[in-house]
Design a protein around this ligand. Structure first.
Ligand SMILES: Nc1nc2c(ncn2[C@@H]2O[C@H](COP(=O)(O)OP(=O)(O)O)[C@@H](O)[C@H]2O)c(=O)[nH]1
Ligand SMILES: [Mg+2]
Length: 338
């Protein structure tokens, strides 16, 4: 039976980064076909386009959550993928506020086995746990494997021990592995665990609409940027970092702010907290006269309207300073959880 791997974990914990590594590993080291299904909460996503630009076979389900409002969409996407591509593995990335037990059930319904990897952000877990306990517990409790990711950002052994104790309390039977999607540390150990026997589905927990429960609001858009003269990939990198830095200053409670600048390749920019510097993934080499900008900004304290205003104002200022024109291709229509 083909196996689905559900990469569960809070917003910004490193699910896409780990999935990208896994997808490449299956193709390059095992010669296996993997398809990625990625779910984004906003109308316009970032991760699906990013994975596609990096050569992965990916499908995107947007505008809601596959564990609640979009369960049917997941079912039909998996069925389509199985009949048209027949992959060896289906890698599923739910939104960072989804509950994996329902997704596991949906996957089994269409005839696949499902293994859950819970991703815990080593740097932010303890803080997030105090703010969004229910989410983090539900996301990890059912996981066969818990990847304590961003291990490159934690240098204190004591801090790490406390984190492991906390995770063991939440999910005593999960295998714990330490990973860095950035450096590749721990990836081999993660891959070895993928053959673990699967858990028989536990009791289906009380249904919750995760999107409403999260209390977060988001704004997403896709913009076409036209430069007055050709710009190099490195300048686009600078542009993305500067834009997200400016937006970040005006954020309230960042859950995950991310942007994609794409042309012949793609650069993904992200921050998961106000005190973080902008991280950049991907590649964009060459010269460009235009590029696409996808943006998805999720904040726990700002409204969609407030996030939209911040984005538009900062985009306008940068366009003036750096000399480019832009037009909106798509716009979020409303996703307020206030
Ligand atoms: N330092 C570090 N950063 C990481 C690691 N994994 C992901 N990130 C960064 O964390 C942010 C969120 O990663 P992403 O894969 O988009 O998380 P997702 O929202 O769970 O899919 C991005 O800015 C990544 O560059 C890691 O292992 N180490
Ligand atoms: Mg992601």
């Amino acid at each position: 039976m083909q196996r689905a791997i559900i990469m569960s974990g809070f917003l910004g914990s490193g699910k896409t980064s780990l999935i990208l590594r896994l997808g490449k590993y299956f193709a390059e080291n095992l010669g296996k076909k993997a398809v990625i299904i990625v779910n984004e909460i906003g109308e316009i996503g970032v991760d699906g386009d990013f994975l596609k630009k990096l050569g992965m076979n990916s499908y995107e389900i947007t505008e809601g959550c596959i564990c609640c409002t979009l369960r049917r969409d997941l079912e039909s996407t998996i069925s389509d993928v199985l009949s048209s591509i027949n992959p060896d593995f289906v890698l599923i990335e739910p939104t960072g506020i989804a509950f994996p037990s329902v997704i596991r059930k949906t996957v089994r319904k269409v005839g696949m086995d499902a293994l859950v990897i819970g991703v815990a952000d080593a740097k932010r877990f303890v803080k997030l746990y105090s703010e969004s306990r229910e989410f983090l517990e539900r996301q990890l409790r059912e996981a066969e494997i818990i990847a304590v990711n961003k291990i490159d950002t934690v240098s204190s052994k004591a801090e790490l021990n406390l984190l492991v104790e906390l995770i063991k309390q939440i999910s005593p039977n999960s295998e714990i592995v330490f990973t860095s999607a950035k450096t590749g540390e721990g990836f081999d150990s993660l891959v070895k665990l993928l053959e673990l026997p699967l858990r028989i589905e536990g009791k289906i927990e009380e249904f919750l609409d995760s999107t409403a429960e999260s209390g977060a609001s988001w704004y997403s858009a896709k913009v076409l940027i036209k430069f007055k003269k050709p710009v190099a990939g490195v300048e686009l990198k600078r542009l993305g970092v500067e834009m997200l830095d400016k937006i970040k200053v005006r954020a309230r409670k960042i859950q995950h702010y991310k942007m994609l600048i794409s042309a012949d390749g793609a650069l993904k920019f992200g921050v998961t907290g106000k005190d973080e510097s902008v991280s950049v993934d991907g590649e964009l080499a060459g010269w460009f006269v235009q590029s696409k900008l996808n943006v998805l900004l999720i904040d726990k304290e700002l409204s969609t309207e407030q996030i939209r205003r911040i984005f538009e104002e900062e985009l306008m200022k940068l366009a003036e300073d750096l000399g480019f024109n832009f037009e909106f291709i798509e716009h979020e229509h409303g996703a307020d959880n206030e």
